[in-house]
Design a protein. Sequence first.
Length: 107
Amino acid sequence: MTEFQASVIAAIWRIPQGRWATYGDVARNAGHPGAARAVGQVMAPVDDMTVPSWRVLMRGGLLPECLPSRHHTADEWMDIYRREWAAERLLTKDGTRARPDLRIRTF
């Protein structure tokens, strides 16, 4: 794992339970402002739920598109993420985006 990858994973772990941040927020908090796309590339191969990646959402609180992996289809990932989002009460009532009152920019 590179230093950049480690800093991204560490930043994701610092997002408190029940809160969310954008890819850009994670990049900034990892010490790499402007590297939001690179954060997504670090997160893409994470193939288990040991990293709370469901707390990282797209700009505006939009839900990310989940990609298939070695262990899960895209639909399975969405089911897993929706379960985690519901458990942490991150979504609006209609379930389409994150609740804005739970967003954090620095953590």
